[in-house]
Design a protein around this ligand. Structure first.
Ligand SMILES: Cc1ncc(COP(=O)(O)O)c(C=O)c1O
Length: 376
């Protein structure tokens, strides 16, 4: 043990096995169909500047923790937005606009989704209104203004910004492009998830002959995780073990899987893993995730900065990887699982395992990134 022999135990908070697990491809593809997935790939792969993001082998880490291979999908290279989010909001904007240049798109956001919507609107020459709560940082607001959006600050929290977005959009006939689904608002969130499935299509090509045995998926409202599971159902003729990882302060998927129904979490402390700090799983991903996720893990923030630093200084791979806060939990949960013999056996992690991790983002918040990787 070279990298990890510092006496530090990598931490997880909770580990849960899904008692309702069964992976039914047909059921999964009812929520996000083969056509939804194929249409998204066809469109996005034709966008100017498109190229697949790298799939990097964490060869040093796999050797250390006794696995065959660890593949890391590096979304820090996704267009110029440095996050998989670029695939979702921007694609939903394209679908909603249907070639009409006169529409105005609007969204409420904590940051990353809004950037994708603003970027997608600019791509197509559409006007864009972004509603943010008073708690969203000025830097995040500025990033969306820089993409040409009108940024409207709303007093109160995210929910207040969404209410204001819906009100003004209804009054002005703007098209709402939200990534979270509710009872009568499912189509647009579905488009954002269809956009995310492009990652899986690329991964399939990049894996070549390798088969993945495990996939670890970060979740906020579950859109990314649900999309990747749908991608598995669409593209693979085998079923890897699926694990969802969340912050322990906002483990809404874990708590919902525990009871078999959507549970709302009262978030008492905002996690460093900002994009994943969500209190309620969204409806479309829930339908996919409730049976197809085999295990859930929740994590404290403790190992985030260290993991970002180790990815950044090439301790885990031959090359340096710029990984933001939301990219670290996949790596942490894998190491923590391998350090716990019982969980390692339960997950059947061994010398034959090929694990897929999603590096959701790069230094989307550069100041925060520098602060964290330099933390001692
Ligand atoms: C930047 C960012 N935002 C949000 C999320 C969560 O995505 P979702 O809300 O679709 O589950 C992630 C990763 O899970 C992320 O990396």
């Amino acid at each position: 043990m070279k990298i990890l022999s510092n006496g530090h135990l990598w931490k997880y908070s909770e580990f849960l096995e899904n008692k309702d697990f069964f992976f039914n491809k047909k059921e999964i593809l009812k929520s996000l169909s083969k056509k939804d997935i194929d249409d998204a790939y066809l469109s996005i792969s034709s966008w100017k500047g498109y190229s697949p993001t790298p799939l990097i082998e964490l060869n040093k880490l796999s050797e250390e923790i006794g696995l065959n291979k660890i593949f890391y999908k590096d979304e820090s290279k996704r267009f110029d937005l440095k996050s998989f989010k670029a695939l979702g909001g921007a694609y939903a904007v394209e679908k909603v606009s249907q070639g009409n240049k006169d529409i105005v798109v609007a969204t409420a956001t904590a940051g990353n989704h809004g950037r994708s919507v603003a970027w997608g609107a600019r791509r197509l020459g559409l006007k864009c209104k972004i509603f943010i709560s008073e708690f969203v940082s000025d830097a995040r607001g500025q990033a969306m203004s820089d993409l040409g959006a009108d940024v409207i600050k709303v007093k109160g929290n995210y929910e207040r910004s969404l209410i204001e977005c819906i009100k003004q959009s209804t009054d002005n006939s703007w098209q709402i492009v939200q990534d979270v689904a509710w009872e009568d608002y499912m189509l647009v969130p579905k488009y954002t998830m269809a956009g995310y499935t492009v990652m899986m299509r690329e991964i399939i090509d990049q894996l070549k002959q390798n088969k993945i045995s495990h996939i670890i998926l970060q979740a906020g409202v579950g859109g990314m995780a649900g999309a990747m599971v749908a991608g598995i159902a669409r593209y693979l003729d085998y079923i890897p073990t699926t694990v969802v990882v969340e912050p322990d302060s906002a483990a809404c998927v874990l708590e919902s899987i525990k009871t078999g129904k959507i549970e709302k979490i009262d978030i008492k402390r905002e996690s460093l893993m900002g994009g994943m700090s969500c209190g309620e799983v969204s409806l479309v991903p829930w339908e996919i995730l409730k049976n197809s996720v085999k295990y859930c893990i929740s994590l404290p923030d403790d190992d985030i900065a260290k993991t970002m630093r180790l990815l950044g200084n090439a301790s885990f791979s031959d090359e340096k990887i710029v990984a933001g806060e939301n990219s670290a939990p996949g790596v942490i949960s894998l190491i923590a699982s391998c350090e716990d013999e019982k969980i390692k056996n339960k997950l059947e992690l061994n010398k034959e395992s090929n694990v897929l991790l999603i590096g959701c983002e790069g230094d989307t918040d550069q100041k925060m990134y520098q602060k964290l990787i330099n933390q001692k």
